[in-house]
Write a protein that binds this ligand. Structure first.
Ligand SMILES: [Zn+2]
Length: 184
């Protein structure tokens, strides 16, 4: 498993309000709130003002069963390309031969999936699980109930979206979209 401290923050986690904090490395400010954009440890500097995310260190190569966080880079007909977002140099990321992973359409849910776009969009952050580590790449699954999109990006305006009930609502343009949600 990933070796991390107790203060681990996940992409999309709320870290504080911008009246209180300055958005540092590994974070993003959105409409007055600061969110993590990388998996890592939440840190506030000595001034007590700057909040940042120090990337979690991976202590061994990824293996089947590991939980990972990544960003949807591209969507094809039957597979999604997911990029891991380690903040530090690739040396802290032992699966360095490939920072990309693949999610097949058959690994989204246990039911039939017609279109990947109904479950995730480019730019979203997902929580997924390693299914297989092959020479060609890492294959992920999102079937388990605790896996899914943890942060959604609006497909119309690229704004951040807030989860309201079972829908994501764009904080900028008001667009309403659905994703495969983790509900652990
Ligand atoms: Zn929007």
């Amino acid at each position: 498993m990933v070796n991390y401290s107790l203060a681990l923050a996940f992409p999309g986690d709320f870290l504080g309000y911008s009246e209180e904090f300055v958005a540092g490395e590994g974070t993003v400010e959105q409409d007055g709130s600061i969110f993590a954009v990388a998996l890592g440890e939440k840190q506030v500097d000595d001034s007590g003002r700057r909040v940042s995310i120090k990337a979690a260190k991976f202590v061994r190569p990824l293996a089947k069963g590991d939980i990972v966080y990544g960003k949807i880079q591209d969507l094809y007909d039957t597979v999604a390309l997911i990029e891991f977002q380690p903040l530090n140099a690739p040396s802290t990321f032992p699966a360095a031969e490939s920072r990309n992973a693949f999610l097949r359409i058959s690994e989204i849910t246990s039911g039939y999936v017609e279109k990947l776009e109904d479950y995730m969009r480019i730019g979203d952050y997902v929580r997924a699980q390693v299914l297989e580590v092959k020479s060609l790449g890492i294959y992920l699954t999102m079937k388990a109930p605790d896996l899914g999109v943890v942060k959604a990006i609006c497909s119309y305006c690229r704004g951040g979206m807030d989860l309201k009930g079972k829908d994501f609502v764009c904080s900028r343009c008001g667009s309403i979209e659905q994703r495969k949600l983790p509900h652990a």
